[in-house]
Design a protein around this ligand. Structure first.
Ligand code: HMG
Length: 389
């Protein structure tokens, strides 16, 4: 008999600062309609100098540990594509900041924005093998493009932490998955670069191809039909991309692509992404958080997930929302994580974008900027020094 495994708890965190797209548009002379309507973005989270994927990941995970304790967590999987070290997993710093037990395996996973879905699926496999254990999955990313590039308007930063266990309180993840991999150069970041390289139009085409490919495999594996889903959580590099992908899928399946139908299917998944920006690995799960926090009762309803990571790997899968899930949501905290951000002006954002530690590995303290629970205090002897505030 198969056991029920999925997302037992989910918590989000984002950065200290926020840049409204009106400020970017005023600086570069773009019609604000292009940002608000054309790509569907209102603002972007901007990390403070003393924030990174570790501080955001720990901030997202801390409330989960406070609610459920640490005793059953034997694995932490940290998914990111804005890694801070080529060898050491970012999750090891989080493990230490949260005081998790030493009898834990911790690993970092990468495949662009898809990484967190791989982490979730691997976590399910581990829980299947040992149903007594819980796996902490953390997706945390800072999306950074060159200043004055087309990608700049799609930056952002956030983390989502999920506790994966048997008898989940929120969403039961189902088999099968539809899978798709293709070797494309739509978006990548060589090790010597801080900001990603991207072929914008190619990346949109690659995403749509992948959406079609995963759906084809999902149906061949015996998945649900499209009309069974109550909502669709897409990876959202910018929220308009979810609309493009859904229209593509509906078209491919021979359905009506009426814009009211598309808005009904995904309108409630975009509220957090539209004000946070691209958070890479976290993006599709921010979509889930927004959906659960805002939608009318979804108990017992299937929700579709389309996770895409450039390069490219994608997965289409389903989850059923568990009856009584609303009692376990963190709607207020999630909304507070977004509304507590401090607006930054264009010059302030530009200074943060350009902030970098010298590569000499000497003693460098970071300015004290974040008001979040964890901070990167500085670097000393090439070692990153984190603190709980
Ligand atoms: P761009 O060249 O600045 O914009 O690049 P555009 O000219 O394509 O315009 C964008 C949209 O705004 C268009 O709508 C315009 O018509 C519209 P569309 O034709 O697409 O429906 N527009 C307006 N609408 C209303 N009022 C106006 C107005 N003006 C124009 N006044 C692009 C846009 C997204 C390419 C750029 O921002 C970019 O390169 N972004 C980064 C790459 C990206 O996000 N790709 C998405 C797919 S790949 C992916 O999702 C993976 C990723 O998350 C990374 C990972 O996996 O690790 C990126």
């Amino acid at each position: 008999m198969s056991i029920s495994i999925g997302i037992h708890d989910l918590s989000i965190a984002t950065a200290e600062f926020v840049l409204p797209h009106t400020a970017l548009a005023a600086y570069n002379g773009t019609d604000i309609g292009k940002y608000h309507v054309g790509i569907g973005q209102e603002s972007m989270s901007v990390p403070a100098a003393d924030e990174d994927i570790v501080t955001m990941g720990a901030a997202a995970a801390a409330p989960i540990i406070a609610r459920h304790g640490k005793d059953r967590i034997r694995t932490v999987v940290f998914a990111t594509e804005s890694s801070i070290d080529q060898a050491k997993a970012a999750g090891v710093y989080v493990h230490s900041l949260l005081g998790l037990q030493s009898a834990t395996r911790v690993v970092e996973l990468k495949q662009a924005c898809y990484g967190a879905t791989a982490a979730l699926q691997f976590a399910i496999g581990l829980v299947q093998r040992d149903p007594a254990q819980q796996v902490l999955v953390i997706a945390s990313d800072v999306s950074k493009y060159e200043l004055d590039s087309p990608g700049e308007a799609t930056q952002g930063a956030a983390a989502v932490a999920m506790l994966v266990s048997v008898d989940p309180a929120l969403v039961r993840i189902e088999d099968p998955s539809g899978l798709f991999t293709a070797d494309v150069m739509d978006f990548w970041r060589p090790n010597y670069r801080d900001a990603a390289l991207v072929d914008g139009q190619e990346s949109i085409g690659a995403y749509l191809q992948a959406a079609e490919g995963t759906w084809k495999d999902y149906t061949e594996q015996g998945g649900r039909s499209l009309e069974e889903f109550a909502a669709f959580c897409y990876h959202q590099p910018f929220t308009k991309m979810a609309y493009k992908a859904h229209r593509h899928l509906l078209n491919y399946c021979g359905y009506d692509t009426d814009k009211d139908v598309i808005a009904r299917d995904l309108g409630q998944t975009t509220a957090y992404n539209t004000v946070i920006g691209n958070s890479y690995t976290a993006s599709v799960y921010l979509g889930l958080a927004a959906l659960l926090d805002q939608a009318d009762d979804l108990s017992g309803r299937p929700v579709a997930f389309l996770s895409y990571g450039s390069g490219s790997v994608a997965e289409f899968f389903a989850g059923t929302v568990v009856a009584g899930y609303r009692e376990h949501l963190r709607t207020e905290e999630n909304q507070e994580a977004i509304s507590r951000r401090t607006p930054v002006d264009y010059a302030g954002y530009r200074a943060l974008h350009e902030f970098k530690f010298p590569a000499d590995g000497g003693d460098h303290a970071t300015p004290e900027q974040t008001t979040g629970p964890f901070r990167l205090a500085g670097i000393s002897g090439h070692k990153r020094l984190y603190q709980r505030r």
